[in-house]
Design a protein around this ligand. Structure first.
Ligand code: NAG
Ligand code: NAG
Ligand code: CU
Length: 349
C-alpha cells in the first residue's frame, strides 16, 4: 500500500503530494504514571545499552580506559567534562543535551519506543525511601546496606546517609561489574557494583515543593541556575544536589560529581531538573527562551558570561550543538535540535 501511494505520488505533480508532517515531540512522563509494562520497557532498554559494546575509539585497545559498554561512553563524557559543565551558565543546557542524547540512544540503538521518564521528587520528599523509583520489582532497586563513614574522605559525610553498599534488589542487583569507571575522575577499568546511600533527611530538605517553588520564582536565568545548583556545600544545596546526595549519599555513584551518570537513576533526576527549567521558561517564553548567562568557567565570576553561541559537546555520542540549539525542547528541527515535551509542568503556587 505504501509503495503504491509512493508511485502515484511520484507520477503526479509533486506539489499535490501531502507534505511530510514535521516530527511531533515525544512526551516525557513521571515514572509512577507509567504502566508496569512501560516501566519494564524502559528498564529493558537501559539494560540493553549497558550490555552493548562501547563505540570506538573510546573502547578500543590500547587505550586502557574502562569504557566497555555503550553506556560507559556517556559516563566517560560526563567524567571528562565534569569541571567544565557544573557551576557554569551552561550547566542546564549541557545536561539537557546529555539526557536527550541518552534518550535517543535508548530509542535508536535499543528499540525503546517511549520517552525518557522523569522523577518528580517533590512527590517523595517526605520519605524518599518509599519512592516508586526505588521499587525492587518495577523500579531501579533501593538502598545499599550500611557501610560506615570513610574517615579518609576529603568530604564530610552527607548528613543522614543510611546505606553505602551494593544495591541488593531490583534489576541491577548482584552485578559486580555494572559500573566500569570511577570513582571520581578515574578512567581506569574498575569493575564495581551499583551503590546507593540514601539520605532521606537531606532529600527532604532540598527536594520538596518549597525548594522547588523558591527555584521557580527566580527572575532571571542567572539566579534560577544558581538556585538550582546551590553551592557545593551541604548547608546551601539546591534541588540538583538534593537529588544527587539524597540518593547517592557519600558512597553511592549518584553522590559522585564525576561518575554520577553510572547510576541509571541519574537520567530521571536530570529529566526532572530539565522539566523544572522548562517550567520556568514556560512562565515567560518571550524572555526566557533566549535568557542565558552565568560564568563560562567553573564558579569564576570574572569569566565571560555564557551566550547562545556557546558550544556543547557530548563526545562520540552525538554531533555537537550550541546552547541556542537546546533552549526550546519541542523545536523538532525548526530552529533547534530538541524534540520532546513534558506531560505536565510546575506552576507558581
Ligand atoms: C523545605 O522544607 C524542608 C522540610 O521541612 C526544610 O528542611 C527546608 O529547609 C525547607 N526549605 C525551604 C526553602 O523552605
Ligand atoms: C555576566 O552577566 C551578569 C548579569 O547579566 C553581569 O552582572 C556580570 O557582570 C557579567 N559578567 C561578566 C564577566 O561580564
Ligand atoms: Cu552532571
Amino acid at each position: 500500500m505504501v509503495i503504491k501511494s509512493l508511485v502515484i505520488c511520484a507520477s503526479a505533480a509533486i506539489a499535490a503530494c501531502t507534505p511530510t508532517p514535521p516530527p511531533t515531540p515525544i512526551i516525557r512522563k513521571e515514572w509512577r504514571t507509567l504502566t508496569t509494562s512501560q516501566k519494564a520497557d524502559y528498564i529493558d532498554a537501559v539494560k540493553c545499552i549497558l550490555a552493548k559494546p562501547a563505540l570506538t575509539p573510546e573502547g578500543s585497545p590500547p587505550v586502557g580506559h574502562g569504557i566497555i559498554s555503550r553506556y560507559d561512553n556517556l559516563v566517560y563524557t560526563h567524567i571528562q567534562q565534569t569541571m567544565s559543565v557544573h557551576y557554569v551558565g551552561h550547566f542546564l543546557p549541557w545536561h539537557r543535551f546529555f539526557t536527550a542524547t541518552y534518550e535517543k540512544m535508548l530509542r535508536d540503538e535499543c528499540g525503546y519506543s517511549g520517552a525518557q521518564p522523569y522523577w518528580d521528587w517533590t512527590l517523595d520528599a517526605a520519605d524518599i525511601t518509599a519512592s516508586p523509583v526505588f521499587d525492587p520489582v518495577t523500579g531501579f532497586g533501593g538502598n545499599g546496606p550500611w557501610v560506615p563513614d570513610d574517615p579518609t574522605s576529603w568530604m564530610p559525610p552527607v548528613p543522614g546517609r543510611s546505606g553505602g553498599g551494593c544495591v541488593v534488589d531490583g534489576p541491577f542487583a548482584g552485578i559486580n561489574d555494572l559500573v566500569h569507571l570511577g570513582p571520581g575522575e578515574s578512567l581506569a577499568y574498575n569493575p564495581q557494583c551499583l551503590k546507593r546511600d540514601l539520605a532521606p533527611s537531606f532529600a527532604g530538605r532540598y527536594l520538596g515543593m518549597n525548594q522547588t517553588q523558591l527555584t521557580l520564582g527566580q527572575s532571571d536565568f542567572g539566579w534560577f541556575n544558581a538556585v538550582v545548583e546551590g553551592f557545593p556545600s551541604f548547608d546551601a544545596s539546591g534541588v540538583h544536589g538534593g537529588g544527587h546526595f539524597g540518593v547517592g549519599g557519600s558512597l553511592g555513584q549518584m553522590g559522585d560529581l564525576h561518575c554520577s551518570p553510572a547510576d541509571p537513576i541519574f537520567h530521571l533526576h536530570h529529566a526532572n531538573l530539565d522539566r523544572l527549567w522548562w517550567s520556568w521558561q514556560a512562565l515567560d517564553p518571550a524572555a526566557r527562551l533566549t535568557d542565558i548567562s552565568g560564568p563560562s568557567i567553573i564558579m569564576d565570576p570574572t569569566s565571560p558570561n555564557v551566550t547562545l553561541s556557546w558550544p556543547l559537546s557530548v563526545g562520540v555520542n552525538a554531533a555537537g550543538v550550541t546552547v541556542g540549539d537546546v533552549m526550546k525542547i519541542d523545536a523538532c528541527g525548526t530552529g533547534g535540535s530538541m524534540c520532546y515535551t513534558y506531560d505536565s509542568l510546575y506552576t507558581l503556587l
